[in-house]
Design a protein around this ligand. Structure first.
Ligand SMILES: NC(=O)c1ccc[n+]([C@@H]2O[C@H](COP(=O)([O-])OP(=O)(O)OC[C@H]3O[C@@H](n4cnc5c(N)ncnc54)[C@H](O)[C@@H]3O)[C@@H](O)[C@H]2O)c1
Length: 287
């Protein structure tokens, strides 16, 4: 139903996880897709696999010169840019001192400044083409405490507010800006934060996927494509009246605290005030 034929999409961090899944979804929807990343072997293999509607471009999103050159190459190759998915990212290692300012700045540079730079070098092309759609990857960690480390969560909150502010400013150019808050999507990001090699991090992602159905009310593991479908919606004309919004694609994890939907957690919580297991189950509506 979503048709992106004739549109040119840029996906940063397109070689792995959510970005890789989204490249596939946008490609299947008919778009020409530029995958921007630093994993050159994976990027070249992806372009070879998907064919001429996919271009791999090496650019470190923390370096303005590389984004400028990379986006210029994409615009030249495909004739312009209509869709930008600002998605490249990583988290600081667990246990990082929140007051380690150097680490905090590195994370903001990767997760916040890169979004600004992506917009800076995509907007002129969008304006020239009469409009566009920008989608930013935030996180449930940008909405609530408890889903990510300190600098990462602060950065994802900033991405949400940047989405609103830029949406207001860019509407007159017919450019819409929205954000997606993924929930728990098993990808190499978790192993990478632990300092693992790409291969080990991919193995860990596969292992986590086996258990990921238990992380949220919807009892299946979230997939990169689940995020890609939301990107495709925001990118398409079906969302022509939607800007400055965020969509949690999280299997319901932010619907309420765990005791709202998990029987064991509810029993542990409510029996503390003297409710019986049966009363808790009735309270939860569990049959
Ligand atoms: N996986 C989750 O559960 C989850 C949840 C919420 C938000 N997110 C966000 O989704 C986005 C994608 O994460 P993922 O889980 O797919 O991780 P991932 O590690 O699988 O993919 C991240 C990609 O970004 C690329 N990248 C990292 N730094 C880069 C740089 N400086 N320049 C260019 N490319 C760079 C990596 O090479 C990799 O291909 C991130 O912004 C992340 O914060 C992920």
């Amino acid at each position: 139903m979503i048709d992106l034929s004739g549109k040119v999409a840029v996906v940063t961090g397109g070689c792995s996880g959510i970005g890789r899944g989204t490249v596939g979804v946008l490609h299947r929807a008919g778009a020409q897709v530029a995958c921007v990343d630093v994993q050159d072997d994976k990027g070249s293999a992806l372009a070879d696999e998907l064919g001429e509607r996919v271009l791999y471009v090496h650019a470190d999103v923390t370096l303005e010169s590389e984004i400028a050159t990379g986006f210029a190459r994409i615009a030249e190759h495909f004739g312009g840019i209509d869709i930008l998915f600002n998605n490249a990212g990583a988290a600081e290692p667990p246990g990082t001192d929140p007051f380690d300012v150097a680490s905090f700045e590195r994370v903001q540079k990767l997760l916040v400044e890169s979004v600004i730079l992506g917009m800076k070098y995509a907007i002129p092309s969008m304006v020239a083409r009469g409009g566009g759609s920008i989608v930013n990857t935030s996180s449930v960690a940008g909405l609530q405490a408890g889903y990510g480390p300190f600098a990462y969560s602060v950065a994802k909150g900033a991405v949400l507010h940047m989405t609103r502010i830029t949406a207001a400013a860019l509407a007159r150019e017919a450019i819409r800006v929205n954000a997606i808050c993924p929930g728990f999507i098993p990808t190499p990001i978790f192993g990478r934060a632990l300092g693992e090699s790409t291969e080990d991090a991919e193995r860990r992602a596969k292992d986590i996927r086996e258990r990921a159905h238990a992380f949220q009310p919807i009892r299946i593991a979230g997939s990169p494509e689940d995020i890609g479908y939301a990107v495709a919606y925001f990118a398409s004309d079906l969302a022509r009246f939607v800007t400055g919004q965020w969509l949690a694609v999280d299997g319901g994890i932010t619907v309420g605290p765990r005791q709202a939907w998990d029987e064991a957690a509810a029993i542990e919580s409510w029996t503390r005030i003297g409710m019986s297991d049966e009363q808790v189950k009735a309270f939860l509506g569990v049959v």
